[in-house]
Design a protein around this ligand. Structure first.
Ligand code: 6GU
Length: 241
């Protein structure tokens, strides 16, 4: 998979080269390009923003600069998917992370200030798939932190990136529930024992216990997730809880 990030703060996304993502780059599982939007500015001040039509606070990113950047970075064939982080976007979900993990090329366009001139998104959408995406109901200063979040969610799903492929079948959300608690040695820590069932060796009982804790946690923390589960995904024992 190829990833390109366009930003006025290229250093801000350097964590993409650290840890597991760095290892995925070193191993050639992903390719990463980070591009300074100001390289596509026209004036000596390398300005990328201007005041909004209609008035109001803040600044809007200029369409010409973005247009040239996207022309340079997005090939006509094969067309990448353009992702524009914005608090006004569709909510990013684990299902979208899985869908993005199947793409060959993702380009992230980081806006700052009050956003990017809408015609940039509308023009790009004439020639490639474009998603305006939010990572949650709060406002960030710019899209960079959201790109770190989305790239990490996507790249960990690529074959070979995590040591253990089975581990994302148990992720929170993969079965529509939050994952329950985990424990490791020692058997007792600060007077608190590890639950007996986890040391029983009875795998049916362990799976049942884990399912119950996941249901319980989801009920308390994210009741709307439980309400959204299709009836067939709950077994007879689940319904008794
Ligand atoms: Cl994707 N971008 C910005 N700037 N703020 C956000 C966001 C994205 N998601 C939530 N808040």
């Amino acid at each position: 998979m190829r990833l390109d990030v366009i930003t006025i703060f290229p250093e801000y996304v350097s964590p993409l080269r650290e840890a597991l993502l760095g290892k995925a780059l070193d191993r050639g599982l992903i390719q990463l390009g980070v591009h300074d939007l100001r390289d596509y500015a026209h004036d000596v001040h390398r300005s990328v923003d201007d005041s909004p039509y209609g008035g109001g606070p803040g600044m809007v990113m200029k369409p010409q600069v973005w247009g040239e950047a996207l022309d340079a970075i997005c090939p006509a064939e094969p067309t990448p998917r353009l992702i524009v982080p914005t608090p006004a976007g569709r909510p990013f979900t684990q299902a979208m992370a899985h869908a993005y993990a199947r793409e060959q090329h993702l380009v992230f366009a980081c806006g700052r200030y009050e956003g990017i001139d809408q015609r940039v998104v509308d023009a790009a959408a004439r020639r490639m798939p474009v998603d305006e995406v939010s990572i949650g109901d709060y406002v960030l200063i710019g899209g960079e932190a959201a790109v770190l979040v989305m790239v990490e969610a996507v790249v960990r799903l690529l074959p070979g990136v995590l040591g253990n492929q089975a581990s994302h079948e148990q992720d929170s959300f993969s079965d529509g529930l939050l994952e329950g608690p985990s424990y490791t040695r020692p058997e007792v820590w600060q007077d608190m024992p590890v639950p007996d069932v986890l040391r029983s060796g009875n795998h049916a009982a362990i799976n049942r216990w884990r399912r119950d804790r996941a249901l319980e946690r989801t009920y308390h923390r994210r009741p709307e997730l439980l309400a959204a589960l299709p009836a067939e995904s709950l077994d007879k024992h689940d319904r008794k809880l």
